[in-house]
Design a protein around this ligand. Structure first.
Ligand code: PEP
Ligand code: MN
Length: 337
């Protein structure tokens, strides 16, 4: 449940309610909005059964929160959250573009890509060093060597870097090299991994599971936030449907649905959603129009020779064309690129 305080509620009144909640063995999360303060209660609310909190000074009303996710819930935190990755802020006035290769293949490939995407206006470099491949015989990633190239690319270009982690060992290594950890679609409900990335305190890009409902996805984000790490960005990357013309089906409605249920920023990944390079631009434009906070787009110096996801990767020229076409629409939506 949440306790909505009256406008301009006194600090003592807020602290008093917080104290009652904590004395009863629950956690209180205070969200100071521009107009009102909201106190979110996490824990077994049966413990508060004897307390009528509405009788206390400056309390406006007590509202039940029926969803099982609380800290990710918009009712707990009505204002949109902003997540900082290096000096880039996601969820503010910039349409944040993450781009880079599916997999880090070599130092040269990564540095070339980092320079090219930066020139085209991207804000964050992506690159996989631990690849969760469908086949165990496919390239699994350069692991720590790949992370070291990511760090080098950050030092050369100033772009913050994001990398997927697939195990506890990978988290331990990756925290030394990257600015943001990615949880891939296949691990969205790996609750142990979610808790561990939560403990790092680093910003987390949480991709939607291949067959996950929005409710399951928000509960996955709750696992991270419940560890004391509110820096979660959601990424819609297509879901499994009966349609086979595209690799997945981009659920564009996820953006307004998430915005109505949660305060977390959400970006769209049209590359994994479609698996087809030719569809990336139109869906990127759609993502901006629907109000996404950013995009993740795969790029490669020579997609025909990419070790993974070549068919959906853009060349540098195609990526530059894309950012040029996105800029006016982003401006129209009140965002800069
Ligand atoms: C990726 O971003 O490299 C990736 C594997 O994506 P997903 O987890 O969405 O399939
Ligand atoms: Mn990929």
């Amino acid at each position: 449940m949440i306790i909505v305080m009256k406008p301009n509620a006194k600090v003592e009144s807020i602290q008093r309610i917080k104290g009652i909640i904590e004395e009863n063995g629950l956690n209180a999360h205070i969200s100071d909005g521009q107009e009102v303060t909201i106190i979110g209660v996490v824990g077994d609310k049966a413990k508060l059964i004897d307390q009528n909190l509405e009788i206390y000074d400056d309390v406006d009303k007590v509202v039940p929160v029926t969803e099982s996710y609380k800290l990710a819930n918009k009712k707990f935190h009505p204002e949109p959250s902003k997540v900082k990755v290096g000096d880039i802020t996601i969820g503010a006035d910039t349409l944040v573009i993450m781009s880079g290769p599916c997999a880090v293949e070599s130092k040269e490939q990564l540095l070339d890509t980092a320079h090219a995407i930066k020139k085209a206006g991207a804000h964050i470099l992506r690159g996989g060093a631990y690849k969760p491949r469908t086949s165990p015989y496919a390239f699994q990633g350069l692991e720590e060597e790949g992370l070291a190239y990511m760090k080098e690319a950050r030092e050369e270009t100033g772009l913050p870097v994001v990398c997927e982690v697939t195990s506890l060992d990978a988290i331990e290594v990756a925290v030394k090299y990257v600015d943001m950890l990615q949880i891939g679609a296949r691990n969205m409900q790996n609750f142990y991994l979610l808790k561990e990335v939560g403990k790092t305190g680093l910003p987390v890009l949480l991709k939607r599971g291949l067959s996950a409902t929005i409710d399951e996805w928000l509960n996955a984000s709750e696992y991270i936030i419940a560890e004391g790490n509110p820096n979660v960005v959601l990424c819609e990357r297509g879901i499994r449907t009966f349609e086979t013309a595209t690799r997945n089906t981009l659920d564009i409605s996820a953006v307004p649905v998430i915005k109505s249920k949660s305060h977390l920023p959400i970006i769209i990944d049209p590359s994994h959603a479609t698996g087809v390079r030719d569809y990336v631009k139109s869906l990127s434009l759609a993502a901006v129009a629907v109000g996404a906070d950013g995009l993740m787009i795969e790029t490669h110096p020579d997609p025909s020779r990419a070790w993974s996801d070549g068919p959906q990767s853009l060349t540098f020229n195609q990526f530059e064309d894309l950012t040029k076409d996105l800029a006016p629409l982003a401006n129209l939506m009140g965002k800069k690129l």
